[in-house]
Design a binder for this molecule. Sequence first.
Ligand SMILES: CC(C)(COP(=O)(O)OP(=O)(O)OC[C@H]1O[C@@H](n2cnc3c(N)ncnc32)[C@H](O)[C@@H]1OP(=O)(O)O)[C@@H](O)C(=O)NCCC(=O)NCCS
Length: 97
Amino acid sequence: MAEDNRKAVGFCEFGPFSLAPVYKDQKTIMVWCLYVVPGYRNKGIGKRLLKEVDTVRKLAKLKTMRIDAHVDNAGAISLYSSLGFKKHMMQMVRCWR
Ligand SMILES: CC(C)(COP(=O)(O)OP(=O)(O)OC[C@H]1O[C@@H](n2cnc3c(N)ncnc32)[C@H](O)[C@@H]1OP(=O)(O)O)[C@@H](O)C(=O)NCCC(=O)NCCS
């Protein structure tokens, strides 16, 4: 949780993540949700929250971190790329009307 004078201005939800058993050796921490209140964006809060997750990752001796991003979410993708994340998996969706 990121706070400004005891007001919540951003949060990050994360935890251990298991992929299919075939990946059992790839110990992973998953970031389920990252959010910064609009008036507080572009001030480094998102980056700091992810660095806190990385501290936990190191303490837990996990070797990978995963985070999903919508393909249109250029801001989030730019943030993750600046921290060294690489595009890894593609999710395909079909919609019916
Ligand atoms: C994505 C989000 C968490 C980024 O948080 P933030 O606090 O604004 O990000 P930061 O200020 O830490 O930005 C860090 C870097 O990412 C880049 N970045 C962040 N938002 C960006 C945007 N909208 N467009 C381009 N780059 C962006 C910045 O260039 C910055 O790089 P720098 O350190 O070289 O200046 C925030 O915009 C948000 O809550 N968005 C809505 C929810 C969301 O999309 N969450 C992610 C779900 S995958």
